[in-house]
Design a protein around this ligand. Structure first.
Ligand code: PMP
Length: 326
């Protein structure tokens, strides 16, 4: 008989799927690393498991403990699955711009959810960064995960996502394109791929309202780059330790409207029912078209599933309200 011992054993080994229509104008092969096949429907299951197992090994997460994390939803889902199987309590601190579906899903897998305002400075005591830290200090036998600065985040991608992409492309990959939030995915995969072949180009997808692109190009942390935006999952108003700018060749920014429109197009034209950052990633990839030539093999990573966005990017009323539908 072939079966997994528990749900955590099904994490990883996701398929690589060719894009056919949206990328028809490009001269190269474009392949999607399709991370919604993970049990929590996102790439974040990989790093959630790695962060917990590394914390257990280091003795900072103890039996019966409480895991606390500030999460836009996907990391919380991954951590919640790990907590269930391993017997921990899970508390997710989330910002109020996240979709209601994400909050309901976290509750469905037994997590306590605390909602904080988005439009406050990270240092503000009401922010979800500050609230998570405070809760961790106040809760006995708890562990604050901190996916932004926790090195096990990018390590998970260095040890699993990167090698899978290298093996699935039989070493033919020439470009890797991916949205950047904590930086774990781009840094772990990018480092692994460049160790196999330093000629591979790694591109980050950023959003308007985020600091990454300007910081990468100038070394300046420019607060004027920071303003509220709608795109979910990518961009930051801080520089997480997990972003390794040395393995990133460049960033391109995608507008909220384009990210939303291309999220819909992926579903309608490719049958890829994915989250909002996938729309940003594919639009960003198309913006980079002058960098690609015949015989290139471009891999784009799609982080999460469309079900979390049915009330937003897949809802035409919401799209019209935001001015995203012509
Ligand atoms: N897309 C989505 C939907 C996400 O939840 C995240 C994580 N915030 C990302 C992209 C960015 O991934 P990473 O944190 O590894 O940079």
């Amino acid at each position: 008989m072939q079966y997994a011992q528990n749900i955590l054993e099904t994490i990883g080994k996701t398929p690589l799927v060719k894009l056919n229509k949206l990328t028809a104008e490009l001269p190269c092969l474009v392949l999607a690393k399709y991370e919604t096949f993970n049990p929590g429907n996102s790439v974040k299951d990989r790093m959630a498991l790695q962060m917990v197992e590394d914390a257990e090994a280091a003795g900072i997460l103890k039996p019966g403990g409480t895991i606390i994390e500030g999460t836009s939803g996907n990391t919380g889902m991954g951590l919640a699955l790990v907590a269930i199987v391993k017997g921990y309590k899970m508390v997710c601190v989330i910002s109020d711009k996240q979709s209601k579906e994400k909050i309901d899903i976290l509750k469905a897998v037994g997590s306590e959810v605390i909602v904080c305002p988005t439009d406050v400075e990270p240092e503000d005591p009401r922010s979800y960064y500050s609230t998570s830290k405070r809760l961790a200090e106040e809760t006995p036998n708890s562990w604050y995960v901190n996916q932004y600065d926790n090195p096990s985040n990018s390590k998970a991608h260095f040890e699993s996502t990167g090698p899978e992409i290298w093996e699935q492309t039989e070493g033919n990959i020439t470009h890797f394109v991916v949205g950047v939030g904590t930086g774990g995915t781009i840094s772990g995969v990018g480092k692994y791929l460049k160790m196999q072949n330093p000629n591979i180009k790694v591109w980050g997808i950023d959003t308007y309202g985020s600091v990454f692109k300007k910081y990468h190009e100038t070394g300046i942390f420019d607060k004027n780059e920071i303003y509220p935006y709608i795109t979910e999952g990518i961009g930051e108003d801080i520089l997480p330790k997990n972003v390794n700018f040395d393995v990133i060749d460049g960033f391109t920014k995608v507008t909220d409207k384009d990210a939303a429109v291309y999220t819909q197009r992926l579903a309608k034209e490719e049958g890829f029912f994915l989250g909002n950052s996938a729309g940003a990633a594919i639009k960003g990839l198309l913006q980079l078209k002058d960098h690609f030539k015949k015989d290139d093999v471009v891999v784009v990573l799609f982080h999460d599933h469309g079900s979390r966005y049915v009330g937003k990017m897949y809802n035409d009323e919401w799209m019209r309200e935001k001015g995203f539908l012509d």
